[in-house]
Design a protein around this ligand. Structure first.
Ligand SMILES: Nc1ncnc2c1ncn2[C@@H]1O[C@H](COP(=O)(O)OP(=O)(O)OP(=O)(O)O)[C@@H](O)[C@H]1O
Ligand SMILES: Nc1nc2c(ncn2[C@@H]2O[C@H](COP(=O)(O)O)[C@@H](O)[C@H]2O)c(=O)[nH]1
Length: 306
């Protein structure tokens, strides 16, 4: 038994290998934070400057750059060449000039992406049964360049709905976890029933890659997005008339009469909030409404609310 006991050098090796695994995990966590938009690359670079031997300081510049959304291996090598930084360098080991060049590069990139992306995140909201889901489905089918966010919800799937396409169907515990870990850009309890939320990571990633993103969410969610991302464009989808809204809700036949009455009460309050939105689109015809919404993703000349 005694001869199987680790000798002091073995103990050192085991401890060193455990420390290496822990350090690798910590670096992977930092990369995940950048990739999912929880920390900016500039924040991580500042932390590395303050503490060169800390987790951020031990990150290789190559790994750091690749964890930034929309920077792949080829682009990363181009940036390293341009900044004259050798691939073996860690963030904490950069000389002052290299660090300044990297910081200037990240600052300029952030500003130019902010300018480019200012018109690209569109939130589609409106009262129940106005046709938000129908218009969003039309956009998914006819405008493949638009990234449609898939929400997480605690409600049960309806017949014909697909996991990961219609929604991510999760239980209460999983939704709680997503809220606690700040995985959701916004979330709300809708119609006093289930919880719905927009996963933050895919939205940040799609925007960083230059895609237009559409969120089809309720009005509380639209307000929360406005607070979190003031550059988002908020679109309010209107029915041609109140009677048509009632017809659509009843005609859809997915709610009980009691639930329909409850939703129509909420709809009155929601319609009163339309002035908070940047644009209004009347859903007479699904294709027309979809085109108007998609136009807002790139055209800055679209009609604005007075
Ligand atoms: N332009 C339109 N003309 C006629 N019917 C429409 C139009 N747009 C949608 N509808 C119909 O109205 C009903 C409600 O549409 P939809 O389910 O897309 O509404 P919603 O706004 O997503 O509702 P909720 O917020 O309650 O989920 C559906 O039966 C749909 O087929
Ligand atoms: N705040 C959020 N609201 C959302 C989100 N995803 C969907 N919704 C809204 O919920 C209601 C009900 O949808 P249903 O599919 O159960 O009929 C509807 O108004 C959606 O717009 C979300 O991520 N956040």
């Amino acid at each position: 038994m005694a001869e199987n006991r680790p000798t002091p050098p073995d103990v050192d090796r085991v401890a060193a290998s455990r420390a290496a695994v822990a350090a690798r995990r910590a670096r992977a966590a930092v990369k995940g934070q950048i990739a999912h938009g929880k920390r900016t690359a500039l924040e991580v670079l500042s932390a590395a400057t303050e503490s060169p031997e800390g987790v951020e300081g031990r990150l290789r510049v190559t790994e750091f750059l690749i964890s930034i959304p929309a920077i792949g291996v080829t682009k990363m090598h181009r940036i390293m060449d341009k900044l004259e930084i050798s691939p073996s360098k860690r963030l904490g080991g950069l000389g002052k000039h290299q660090r300044d060049r990297l910081r200037d590069f990240l600052t300029e990139r952030t500003m130019s992406r902010r300018r480019d992306s200012s018109a690209k995140l569109v939130v589609l909201a409106g009262p129940t049964a106005v046709g938000k889901g129908t218009v969003a489905a039309y956009i998914r089918q006819h405008y493949p360049d638009v990234h449609l966010s898939v929400s997480a919800t605690t409600r049960a799937p309806r017949p014909g709905e697909t996991e990961g396409v219609s929604y991510f169907f999760v239980d209460d515990a999983e939704f709680d976890r997503m809220v606690e870990t700040e995985e959701l850009l916004e979330w709300a309890t809708v119609h006093n029933a289930s919880r719905y939320g927009t996963p933050r990571g895919p939205v940040a990633e799609a925007l960083a890659q230059g895609h237009s993103v559409l969120l089809e969410i309720d009005i509380q969610g639209a307000r929360a997005v406005r607070r979190a991302m003031p550059e988002a464009r908020l679109v309010f989808l209107l029915p041609p008339s109140w009677d048509e809204l009632v017809r659509r809700l009843i005609g859809r036949g997915t709610e009980t009469p009691a639930e329909q009455a409850r939703r129509l009460e909420t709809a009155k309050l929601e319609l009163a909030a339309q002035g908070e939105f940047d644009h209004r689109v009347v859903n007479h015809d699904v294709g027309e409404a979809a085109r108007e919404v998609v136009d807002l993703m790139n055209l800055r000349t679209a009609p604005l609310l007075p």
